[in-house]
Design a protein around this ligand. Structure first.
Ligand code: ADP
Ligand code: MG
Length: 243
């Protein structure tokens, strides 16, 4: 066990003893066209922890993340976000929960091509009704934090992959979510840029206390996490605190 792993494990123990779970999923089932993808998945996400979700391609990682993020619904089972049972929310309620509490980043960035960098990051704040002066201040500080403040006026098509992912991270954090869901966020980056993005995610989750659920194929990515859960045959296989 290296120093970083010990540090992560100690941190994780502290996180788990000091906080209740911010999300609790119980017995999630989800099928597509009669074919089961998730077959009774249960997990907790603790405030401030980094949780890696691994598994073979097609094992249902994105499906699970989409259920946790409220963009898809399980066929059965329950997901509690803080004190809210997500299955009791209608579509508007889920949208509102996402807008206030959940940040998402993707492999292919999903920035809006017709908005510049600053406008992409500002959008979630506008949707939340944050006043203009506060929006400007937050956007500036986020762009500085992720290291792209020099590109505020640039459009996504003018950025490198690494820069686009920095902007996507700033956008995902703009509304100060309790949980950041990341679906293979280094999957479209070279190893150097992937390492930079992972370090940024690690630092930012420590600084902000945002829990991170990181879907990844990459061993390096899983290593920045306190815990790893693996999906296999529609269920959570191995896992627990890393040692
Ligand atoms: N919207 C959908 N409609 C039909 N099948 C889907 C849909 N989304 C995912 N699947 C299927 O569910 C399985 C799990 O997909 P996914 O969650 O994307 O896996 P992973 O992210 O682990 O690669 C795959 O077999 C995939 O083809
Ligand atoms: Mg996927």
């Amino acid at each position: 066990m290296n120093d970083k792993t010990i540090e992560a494990k100690n941190h994780n123990t502290a996180v788990r003893s000091n906080s209740t779970a911010v999300m609790v999923a119980r017995e999630i089932m989800k099928s597509y066209a009669g074919r089961p993808v998730l077959r009774g998945v249960s997990l907790e996400v603790f405030a401030g922890e980094r949780l890696a979700l691994t598994g073979a391609s097609g094992s249902g990682k994105s499906t699970l993340l989409n259920c946790l993020g409220g963009v898809d619904r399980p066929d059965s089972g329950s997901i509690r976000f803080k004190n809210v049972a997500m299955e009791t929310l209608d579509a508007d309620g889920l949208t509102e929960l996402r807008r206030r509490e959940i940040g998402t980043i993707f492999q292919f960035f999903h920035l809006l091509p017709t908005l510049n960098v600053a406008e992409n990051v500002e959008l979630p704040l506008q949707l939340n009704g944050v006043p203009a002066a506060e929006r400007d201040r937050r956007v500036l500080s986020l762009l500085e934090r992720v290291g792209v403040h020099g590109r505020a006026e640039a459009y996504p098509g003018q950025l490198s992959g690494g820069e686009m992912q920095r902007v996507a991270i700033a956008r995902a954090l703009a509304h100060k979510p309790a949980v950041l869901l990341a679906d293979e966020p280094t999957g479209n980056l070279d190893s150097r840029n992937g390492a930079i993005i992972l370090e940024l995610l690690r630092e930012i989750s420590d600084e902000t206390g945002t829990a991170l659920v990181l879907v990844t194929h990459s061993v390096a990515a899983a290593q920045i996490c306190h815990r790893e859960l693996s999906l296999c045959d529609g269920q959570i296989g191995g896992g627990g605190v890393k040692d």
